[in-house]
Design a protein around this ligand. Structure first.
Ligand code: FAD
Length: 388
């Protein structure tokens, strides 16, 4: 088969890339396994949820996907409270910047379902197979089908096989930290506030979710030193549940009252990854290009930023250039360099700042947080950054 562009990977970044390129008049085929989604159950929420920034929300709306998301599964984040490991405290509210919300919380499966629906409505060519080998200009799938294209987009995730086959190097730095992810029943209402605590053990985030029949619900992302995370995961189910509730009550200082597991616990070892964004006739997007610590909830948002930029570079090229023209690809690389580097520095920098256990550094970071909390101008800049 011959086409202009092949997008490899059917996660959120791959689906969004293929759809956005097709909507801008590009001839595109999508390659990747087609997942099926059970109908959403009002009492059951998928464990992977994302904080979607206003910029990503606008982009998803522009490709006709936002309106396909069920309103009942979306939660507005109207404020954020961040606590240091001393008396540091930072409070960011949407109203301080005259914004309706800082972000939205939604299950990954709901975004994927909406994207799949939009891709089907659009009638996009979807090859339900996996990539196995690649040479510039031609890719082979696991059934032996060959796909020829001028541009290949690697959106096949952090382990990107297409990136490896194309010989692009990737710098992978393990954090020695594992994120534990689960949904919790909370005794008190979250009031649309995302809460985050930095401590010697790691970073705990409680994200607002829709209420259920059992009461208030939050999503937990707890990035813990891997040794501690493994110890908790190795406990028998009941003991793990008890231990987590006790540790959560302590780590969150009882802010939402008693917290108890309402879903299984999932774990994600965290790494900081960076690859070259382009190769010969190849563009990388999403986790295939970069992976971050999730403490700012920005990995997918950065990936959707890649997609928006790539589509602008490809669709806005001069008529005499092809989509995989080196100039088009270099423009993409140049445009993404600053936002990717900035987000990498912020997330990695925050992780490092709170990882240092020396008393003067601990004092300084908590004083710094309290100082920022009293400076409306700096806070407005931070809110602008957090909601981008
Ligand atoms: C604990 C945690 C919390 C997070 N929270 C947030 C958050 O709140 N907000 C946020 O913005 N980001 C968040 N992130 C980051 C986010 O999860 C990732 O950035 C995002 O999932 C990347 O999407 P992707 O489509 O690039 O990759 P993936 O989701 O990994 O998708 C890759 C796709 O490629 C397909 N594929 C793989 N191999 C092949 C092959 N050989 N051939 C064809 N297809 C293939 C796979 O089937 C899959 O569909 C979080 C991450 C973690 C670990």
């Amino acid at each position: 088969m011959k086409t202009s562009i092949v997008v490899c990977g059917s996660g959120i970044v791959g689906l969004a890339s293929a759809l956005a390129l097709a909507r801008r008049g590009q001839q595109v085929a999508l390659l990747g396994p087609r997942a099926t989604f059970a109908l959403a159950n009002p009492e059951h929420y998928q464990p992977r949820v994302y904080a979607i920034s206003p910029a990503s929300q606008k982009f998803l709306a522009s490709i006709g996907v936002w309106d396909l998301l069920p309103a009942a599964r979306l939660t507005r984040v109207e404020a954020m409270e961040v606590f240091g490991d001393g008396d540091g405290h930072l409070n960011l509210s949407a109203w301080q910047n005259a914004l309706p919300e800082l972000a939205w919380i939604i299950e990954a499966s709901e975004i994927e379902r909406a994207l799949v629906q939009a891709v089907q409505i659009f009638g996009l060519t979807w090859i339900n197979e996996k990539f196995v080998s690649y040479a510039p200009g031609v890719l082979t799938t696991d059934s032996g089908t060959t796909l020829e294209a001028d541009l290949f987009v690697a959106a096949d995730g952090a382990q990107s096989a297409l990136r490896t086959a194309a010989g692009l190097a990737v710098d992978i730095r393990p954090y020695g930290v594992t994120a534990l992810v689960a949904h919790l029943d909370a005794e008190r209402a979250h009031l649309g506030t995302a809460l985050q605590w930095f401590s010697a053990d790691g970073v705990l985030a409680l994200l607002p979710m829709p209420d259920t029949a059992s009461g208030h619900q939050v999503s937990m992302v707890w990035s813990l030193k891997t040794e501690l995370a493994q110890t908790l995961l190795a406990l028998p189910e009941e003991a793990r549940s008890r231990e987590l509730s006790a540790r959560l009550a302590q780590a969150s200082a009882g802010r939402l009252g008693a917290l108890s597991l309402r879903s299984p616990v999932f774990s994600f070892p965290l790494t900081l990854n960076q690859s070259a964004m382009i190769g010969d006739g190849l563009a990388l997007a999403g986790d295939a290009a970069h992976r971050l610590h999730p403490l700012a909830g920005q990995g997918l948002n950065l990936g959707l930023g890649d997609v928006e930029c790539l589509v602008d570079c490809v669709a806005g090229r001069e008529p005499f250039r092809t989509p995989g023209d080196p100039m088009v690809l270099r423009r993409y690389r140049r445009a993404r360099a600053e936002p990717v580097m900035a987000m990498r520095c912020v997330t990695d920098g925050l992780h490092r700042l709170f990882d240092v256990q020396s008393a003067p550094v601990a004092w300084l970071r908590n004083v710094g947080m309290n100082l920022v909390d009293r400076l409306p101008f700096i806070k407005r800049q931070l809110i602008g950054g957090a909601s981008r």
